[in-house]
Design a protein around this ligand. Structure first.
Ligand code: TRP
Length: 366
C-alpha cells in the first residue's frame, strides 16, 4: 500500500498499471536481442540543456545498447515541446546541437537506421496532429497526471493549450514512424497510454480491416532513478545537483567536493539510513561496475574525503573518452548540422509515406 501511494504521488499512475508496464517491458527486453527486426525504437528529449550523468546512466547507455543490437532507432529532439512550459526560446537551436553532440559522444552512430532530428523539421509528422486531436476528449487531456504535475511545478498562472495537447503531439512523434518500442521513464507512461489509445482509435475508426498504427510499449530503464549530489532529489540541471557530461575534470572534482555526506566517518552502504553516502557509492558503482558494498568496504576508514576522491576519479575515468569525443564534435559544427539535416530528411520520407496512408484511410485523397 505504501508502495502504491508512493507511485501515485510521484506519477499519478496506480502501482497496478505501473507493474503491468514493468512486466511488458521485461518481456520486450528479453525478446529484443532475439528478434531485433521486429522492433523500431523511438525516443526523445526536450532541448532544454546539455545532458548529465543521470541521463547517461538512465537512458543514453540503454539507447546505445539497443542500437548496437541492430534495432532501427529514431532519436527525436522535441523542440516544439519546449514551448509548452518555457517562455525562453533563445537557446533552442544551441541546445538541439548540444544534445546531438551528447548523443554521438555517448555512442549513438547516425546511419540509415539511426536518425537524430528535431521534430519541427518533419512537417508531415506534425500534420498527424489534426486527425489525432479528434480522437481524444478534453477530459482525457486534462486528466493526464504528468501534464498536471508539470503545470503545478512550473507554477503557471495561465496554461497554454500546447501544454494540454503536447501528449497528442507526442503520439505523432511516435506513430508517424510506426515505432513499437519507446524507452522512457515512468513519468512518460501516461503519454504512452494516450498514444496507444490514439493508435487504437484511429485503427478502429479509419482502418478497421487493416490497422495502420502499432500500439507502442514502454521500455523502462533498469537503472534506478539517479539522485543528484545532494542525495535527496533526482539529478537535474535546474536543481544544481547534476554533473554534466560536458563538465571538465576540474569542474567535476569541485562539484563532487560539495556533495552532501553525513557525520559518520566510516563508510558503509546503507541506502535506508545513509541515503547521501549510498547515492555516491551507487554513482561510483555505475561508473566502475563494482558492487557498492565492495567499494564501501574498501573506503571504510578513509571517510567522506576518500569517498569523494574515489567518485571524482571514477566519473572522470568513465567519461574521459566521451568528453574527448565531445570536444572533437564541438569543433565540427558543420558535421553536427549535417547529421540533423540527414536525420530530418530520412524521417520526413517516412512521415510522407505515413501521411499518404492516413489520407487514404480518411478518404481525403484528391
Ligand atoms: N516528453 C519527453 C520528455 O519530456 C520528450 C519527448 C517528446 C518524447 N516526444 C517524445 C519521448 C516521444 C519519447 C517519445 O522527456
Amino acid at each position: 500500500m505504501a508502495e502504491e501511494n508512493e507511485n501515485m504521488e510521484e506519477t499519478g499512475i496506480s502501482s497496478r498499471t505501473y507493474e503491468a508496464a514493468v512486466a511488458r517491458s521485461k518481456e520486450i527486453e528479453a525478446d529484443l536481442p532475439v528478434h531485433p527486426e521486429k522492433y523500431r525504437v523511438l525516443t526523445g528529449d526536450r532541448p532544454t540543456g546539455r545532458l548529465h550523468l543521470g541521463h547517461y546512466f538512465g537512458s543514453l547507455q540503454n539507447r546505445v545498447r539497443i542500437q548496437n543490437m541492430g534495432v532501427p532507432t529514431m532519436i527525436l529532439i522535441a523542440d516544439y515541446q519546449v514551448l509548452t512550459d518555457h517562455d525562453a526560446f533563445d537557446q533552442i537551436s544551441q541546445n538541439t546541437k548540444q544534445l546531438c553532440i551528447d548523443y554521438i559522444a555517448a555512442g549513438i552512430k547516425p546511419s540509415d537506421k539511426v536518425l537524430i532530428y528535431p521534430h519541427s523539421y518533419v512537417p508531415e509528422a506534425n500534420q498527424l496532429m489534426l486527425p489525432f486531436l479528434t480522437l481524444v476528449s478534453n477530459a482525457d487531456l486534462s486528466r493526464n497526471p504528468t501534464v498536471k504535475e508539470e503545470i503545478q511545478s512550473a507554477g503557471l498562472k495561465s496554461v497554454n493549450a500546447g501544454m494540454y495537447t503536447y501528449p497528442v503531439h507526442q503520439a505523432c512523434d511516435i506513430l508517424f514512424c510506426k515505432a513499437n518500442i519507446v524507452p522512457v521513464g515512468k513519468d512518460q507512461l501516461p503519454h504512452l497510454e494516450m498514444t496507444r489509445n490514439i493508435a487504437k482509435g484511429f485503427n478502429r475508426k479509419f482502418s478497421p480491416k487493416n490497422p495502420v498504427f502499432p500500439e507502442p510499449q514502454a521500455l523502462l530503464s533498469k537503472t534506478p532513478s539517479i539522485l543528484g549530489l545532494d542525495g535527496h532529489q533526482k539529478m537535474s540541471k535546474s536543481r544544481g545537483n547534476a554533473i554534466m557530461l560536458s563538465a571538465t575534470e576540474d569542474e567535476t572534482a569541485k562539484l563532487v567536493k560539495k556533495a552532501t555526506t553525513d557525520s559518520e566517518r566510516f563508510i558503509t552502504y546503507d541506502p535506508v539510513n545513509r541515503p547521501e553516502v549510498a547515492n555516491l557509492l551507487t554513482l561510483i558503482s555505475l561508473c566502475t561496475g563494482e558492487e557498492p558494498d565492495t567499494i564501501a568496504a574498501r573506503i571504510g576508514d578513509g571517510g567522506g574525503g576518500m569517498l569523494k576522491a574515489t567518485l571524482t576519479e571514477a566519473i572522470n575515468e568513465k567519461l574521459r573518452p566521451l568528453r574527448e569525443e565531445r570536444k572533437r564534435l564541438e569543433a565540427s559544427p558543420d558535421y553536427i548540422r549535417q547529421v540533423l539535416l540527414d536525420g530530418s530528411k530520412k524521417a520526413r520520407e517516412i512521415a510522407i509515406a505515413t501521411l499518404d496512408e492516413v489520407r487514404h484511410c480518411m478518404n481525403m485523397e484528391i
